[in-house]
Design a binder for this molecule. Structure first.
Ligand SMILES: Cc1cc2nc3c(=O)[nH]c(=O)nc-3n(C[C@H](O)[C@H](O)[C@H](O)COP(=O)(O)OP(=O)(O)OC[C@H]3O[C@@H](n4cnc5c(N)ncnc54)[C@H](O)[C@@H]3O)c2cc1C
Length: 397
């Protein structure tokens, strides 16, 4: 037990000691704006390196998109090209490391994905085969319905012979995860200010000296904007498309029935350790309805519209998961995806002010911890890591 802890600590010291020295000499004050999974992960890694960090959020930490995500950690075929997929693979590895650091239990269930139509099925398998030609990829297998039914005996795979089994995928409870990071940030002596809205940057002699917030001025040498869907507004630039909505349903605890992350035709779902089933949908929201949403609400404003979509989701789901009809629905949320113009992460300093750093992306759950580590390294070592070359904001600015 002691020996294990000792080895863990040695490994940790080896990782952080050079940065502590570096920080002592540069003594930078860094403010991270946005306490979703991305900003909180960055602030956590900075605080681990002994950097005086202040993390602020205009609302409660974790109340943005990270609060209404499907929470799936994966490096599956839609993440392409290789540079993006590789970052996601490192994302899985980073979660494996951080789960030990935080003593946090991640459900590494693996996922099953299939589609109904023959044409889409062929496209799916072609995409997965392309993934399998990368130099590295997470463990994937194509299995038939008989094997899939051994893994999931309550699902109807309809004699499908091409089901994609991605074995290394996991899920987290993102809010709980963010809270744990915040506890550690406090423990490391850094600060988290909630309900503190970034308003503007103050310059002294052409260099950033502070930011102005709704709660007053905060001294800063460098600013990291991890503001999700608010990135365009904050920078007054177009880096992201209009946010894309998705519905997330959480059931009340139900008997254990699902083992894996299920990406079935039309909806996706998994069951948490506490028995709750989490369900997401693929393109069920109608344009007519989404056009009515102003200010990206996290809930439907009428019960009737909410019921309409819950029923739609149940009708789609019952075609392969009959138990969906027996679930008691506890919560229905609308999440808004931050989607960069080319759908790849945006991570790096601005060309016109190197003391401003941007980190915004879809797949922010998968990428949060690895982005936290890499960004903290770039900020403290004042260098650019080549692994992030494809994701720089300069491609849009
Ligand atoms: C339905 C749905 C399903 C998804 N499923 C997955 C999935 O399975 N796997 C996956 O990897 N990703 C998934 N995503 C995407 C993922 O959830 C996001 O990429 C991720 O949550 C973004 O995190 P973030 O920290 O960048 O943004 P957020 O969580 O939105 O955090 C940004 C924060 O910035 C704050 N902020 C904004 N402006 C200011 C300001 N002026 N001052 C102070 N604070 C400010 C906001 O209040 C907010 O808390 C999904 C998204 C949706 C909507």
């Amino acid at each position: 037990m002691y020996r294990r802890k000792f080895i863990q600590n040695i490994a940790l010291l080896a990782l952080i000691s050079p940065f502590i020295k570096l920080n002592a000499s540069t003594n930078k004050r860094i403010v991270v704006v946005g306490a979703g999974i991305v900003g909180t992960s960055i602030a956590y890694e900075l605080s681990n390196l002994g950097i005086k960090t202040i993390l602020i959020d205009k609302y409660k930490a974790g109340s943005g998109t990270s609060n209404s995500s499907f929470n799936w950690i994966n490096a599956t075929y839609p993440k392409k090209p290789y540079s993006y997929n590789y970052l996601a693979q490192l994302g899985i590895k980073a979660f494996k490391d951080i789960q030990n650091e935080l003593n946090y239990d991640i459900q590494w269930n693996g996922s099953l994905e299939w589609v109904n139509s023959k044409k889409s099925q062929k496209e799916l398998i072609d995409e997965v085969k392309k993934l399998m030609q990368y130099q590295t990829f997470t463990k994937h297998k194509i299995i038939n319905y008989k094997k899939a039914n051994i893994l999931e005996n309550k699902l109807d795979f309809r004699n499908n012979i091409n089901i994609v089994y991605s074995e290394e995928d996991g899920v987290i409870e993102t809010n709980e995860f963010i809270r744990l990071l915040i506890d550690r940030i406090h423990f490391n002596g850094s600060k988290v200010l909630e309900e503190c809205e970034f308003e503007s940057i103050k310059y002294t002699n052409n260099t950033i000296s502070s930011i102005i917030t709704s709660k007053g001025e905060i001294a800063a040498d460098q600013i990291v904007f991890a503001c999700g869907i608010d990135t365009n507004k904050i920078l007054n630039k177009k880096l992201l498309k209009s946010p894309e909505p998705g519905i997330i349903i959480k059931s009340k605890p139900y008997k254990k029935i699902i083992n894996k992350i299920i990406y079935g035709p039309g909806i996706h779902l998994y069951q948490q350790n506490d028995g709750r089933v989490i369900i997401g949908e693929q393109g069920l929201l109608e344009k007519n309805d989404t056009n009515k949403f102003l200010d990206y609400p996290s809930q439907f404003d009428s019960k009737s519209m909410q019921n309409k979509y819950v029923n739609k989701i149940i009708n789609v789901g019952k075609t392969f998961f009959n138990d969906i009809k027996s679930l008691d629905i506890d919560e229905v949320k609308i999440g808004w995806r931050p989607i960069p113009l080319d759908e790849k992460p945006i991570i790096g300093r601005l060309n016109y002010d190197k003391n401003i750093y941007i980190a915004t992306m879809h797949s922010g759950i998968t990428l949060g911890p690895i982005v936290g580590k890499l960004v903290a390294k770039e900020l403290t070592q004042n260098k650019e890591l080549s692994i992030l070359d494809s994701f720089r904001p300069g491609r849009f600015l």
